[in-house]
Ligand binder design. Structure first.
Ligand code: GUN
Length: 295
């Protein structure tokens, strides 16, 4: 058997078309233009490319986007002052501070400083708390994108054994939380594995769905999965450079071997990545509608 490839690129394109129409309607009917600011501190090449992609997508959808790039030695005080400025800026509905931040800046303090109403990343504790309680909030973009991929691919999650690998605040913890809830793409039985898990393969081998978010290239191998498994690969690992200077990427899953056993699998690139950016746009549009009193 060879797996059906879940194309995040295609699903993202469909959602972006819906959003483009929604943004045009907001402008025509209510004179509302959603606004997003991205803030990047330092020169990490991966972060630079993510932020550029976020701004490009916003622009393509008709969302007003601003990009602030600060030197790596920017002080925490200056960054907090900038966040505060955008908290008060009515043109801006969503504030995204790209992570990771340089070591001398307290990431938690910066994320807490973002107005929860403008926290389109869904990282502020108010939004995290609401998410855990199943209340209306901004869902974090990557987990939100994974739910959409599962839904739109028709993967049955109710009662499924889901093994999440990785316990980050950005992916592992929230996706585990969301998929155990009584919701679409939820109602699953969750096992959350991490670096201290004793026998990872024993868990992955009984999984109906594996979500890999570890940051180790090709770590999930074919002998670790059962026939018919659904694999969502969140990893974006740079494993080299092409002759033209483009990064060569690999996921956390050994795609070529695992796709022979899986029923569904996401590729890298073109799987979860495009969905993360698209859900950020969805959250920004939601933020603009909320700010305008439309929802
Ligand atoms: N770094 C890696 N993923 C993300 C994300 O989803 N949001 C932000 N702000 N930083 C990230």
């Amino acid at each position: 058997m060879s797996a059906k490839i879940i194309s995040g690129t295609e699903v993202a394109k469909a959602i972006r078309e819906e959003l483009t129409a929604e943004v045009a309607e907001l402008k025509a009917k209510h004179n509302v233009v959603p606004g997003l600011v991205t803030i990047l501190v330092g020169e990490d090449p991966a972060s630079q490319s993510y932020v550029a992609a976020k701004n490009k997508t916003a622009h393509a959808l008709g969302i007003h986007s601003e990009q602030v790039t600060l030197p790596a030695d920017t002080s925490e005080t200056d960054l907090l002052a900038l966040v505060d400025k955008f908290n008060k800026d009515p043109k801006i509905n969503g504030i995204l501070v790209q992570l990771p931040l340089p070591k001398h800046i307290n990431e938690t303090k910066v994320l807490y400083a973002i107005d929860p109403e403008k926290d389109v990343d869904g990282f502020h504790p108010v939004n995290v708390g609401k998410m855990v309680l199943g209340e209306q909030c901004y869902l974090p973009c990557t987990p939100h994108g994974i739910l959409e991929l599962l839904k739109r691919s028709g993967v049955k999650t109710s009662g499924a054994e889901v093994v999440v690998i990785g316990r980050s605040n950005i992916v592992g913890k929230p996706i585990a939380n969301l998929m155990l809830q009584k919701r679409e793409a939820g109602d699953a039985t969750i096992t959350l594995c991490h670096t201290r898990t004793r026998d990872l393969a024993a868990h992955t081998r009984r999984a109906d769905i594996i979500i890999a978010a570890v940051g180790v290239p090709k770590m999930v191998t074919a002998d670790m999965v059962k026939d018919g498994v659904v694999v969502i690969d969140v990893g974006v690992n740079r494993i080299g450079m092409s002759e033209s200077g483009k990064a060569i990427l690999a996921g956390d899953v050994d795609f070529d071997a695992v796709k022979e056993k899986a029923s569904f699998i996401t590729p890298v690139p073109g799987g979860v990545g495009p969905m993360t950016i698209t859900m950020l746009m969805k959250n920004t549009v939601q933020a603009a509608k909320q700010a305008a009193g439309l929802i």
